[in-house]
Design a protein around this ligand. Structure first.
Ligand code: HEM
Length: 341
């Protein structure tokens, strides 16, 4: 059933992509950015689930020691194969093959860190039907270290409460406000999540408030017991992207909620869902527990244009987090130059 949900999601993202023609065919004067663009368009058309994955990669790379492509490394001289990809909080990261393909096209003319933020930007543009767009410049250097434990110490967990999220975003190395936390969390209008990332919302003493129909629908498609059998299936982050049967069981009617029912679109639907408690992660729900953040949830629910614009601004800030250990332009995005041959 979970697989079915993912399939429905993929088909729907294709439809959303087609509906978003205004974003397709954007050209850049900069040759590298133009090549990235073309490959991202092809990749999303071929496999729509890479769109959300590319947007998420920007967060997961830039949050850990700045935008240095460290999340792309398979091994390094200092960390061996225990790189960021192995971090618990990096579960489900994808899109690496797209970055590899682009790297083959651009060679030494761009760092992997640049390619990654350009690709995430283009994915956001395409998935929003051209409503979320921002300009970026190149010049980032690739890092030569990548540690799973450092990533887990730096990336927020889906079980964080509000003060943990606030501290994480506000940390000196990040410098993001609560408003930006609320803005960027809206990225959860797209993509998928594994059962292990929201199991705490399904059963047990620690369950945070969640709509009971939505919870029952989740339990039906992904019973928590599957985890003990070694299975960790996925569901769409957004009930809007689930099958009609799921939506019925979850009493989720996008039109009644005022949400654009087109599946797979990066938009402000996350805010409608969160305020209905029909949202996957504890870290999403807890935004309701702070009065300022809750006010922002309402604001973005009621003003899609404002969210598009604020999201673009926050993505620029994210994509420009300085690479603290950036040193080289890698030959392969998976290996440091020292380990390339
Ligand atoms: C606020 C703190 C955040 C937490 C705790 C969080 C947590 C998560 C988790 C647990 C998943 C599902 C992983 C899985 O089970 O496979 C996920 C998916 C995702 N997140 Fe976040 N996230 C946060 C912020 C962000 C930000 C800032 C962005 C982007 C700007 C983002 C973009 C995404 C996307 C697009 C997906 C779906 C990825 C896919 O389908 O491949 N998240 N997030």
């Amino acid at each position: 059933m979970a697989k079915l949900n993912t399939t429905v999601l993929s088909l729907c993202v294709v439809l959303a992509f087609l509906a978003g023609q205004s974003a397709a065919g954007r050209y850049y004067a900069d040759k590298v950015q133009d090549k990235v663009r073309k490959e991202v368009e092809k990749a999303i058309a071929y496999n729509p689930s890479v769109g959300p994955a590319l947007v998420r990669l920007v967060f997961h790379d830039c949050w850990v020691n700045g935008c240095d492509g460290s999340v792309l490394l398979d091994k390094t001289p200092t960390d061996g194969t225990n790189t960021e990809k192995k971090a618990v909080n990096n579960i489900g990261l994808a899109g690496f093959e797209v970055i590899d393909t682009i790297k083959q096209k651009v060679g030494g003319s761009a760092s992997c860190a640049d390619i990654l933020v350009f690709a995430g930007r283009d994915a956001a543009d395409i998935l929003s039907g051209g409503k979320i767009f921002y300009t970026l410049t190149g010049g980032r250097k690739d890092g030569v270290s990548s540690s799973a434990s450092a990533a887990d110490a730096t990336l927020p967990s889906s079980t964080f409460d509000f003060s943990q999220l606030q501290d994480n975003f506000g940390a000196a190395s990040h410098g993001f406000t609560v408003e930006e936390l609320v803005v960027l969390s809206g990225a959860h209008s797209i993509g998928v999540a594994h059962l292990s990332s929201y199991q705490d919302r399904l059963a047990g003493a620690d369950v945070t408030p969640i709509d009971s129909s939505y919870q029952a629908a989740l339990i039906k498609v992904t019973p928590p017991g599957l985890l003990t059998q070694g299975q960790d299936p996925t569901v769409p982050n957004n009930a809007r992207d689930a099958s009609s049967a799921f939506q019925k069981a979850a009493a989720y009617d996008p039109v009644k909620l005022g949400v654009n029912p087109t599946r797979g679109v990066l938009d402000n639907s996350y805010y409608h869902n969160t305020l209905e408690n029909k949202v996957l992660f504890k870290s999403d729900w807890v935004l309701r527990t702070d009065s300022f953040a809750a006010g922002k949830l309402e604001e973005y629910k009621n003003n899609a244009t404002e969210w598009n614009s604020d999201f673009a601004d926050a993505m620029v800030k994210l994509s420009n987090l300085p690479a603290l250990q950036g040193k080289e332009i890698r030959k392969s995005c998976r290996f440091t130059n020292q380990q390339y041959y």
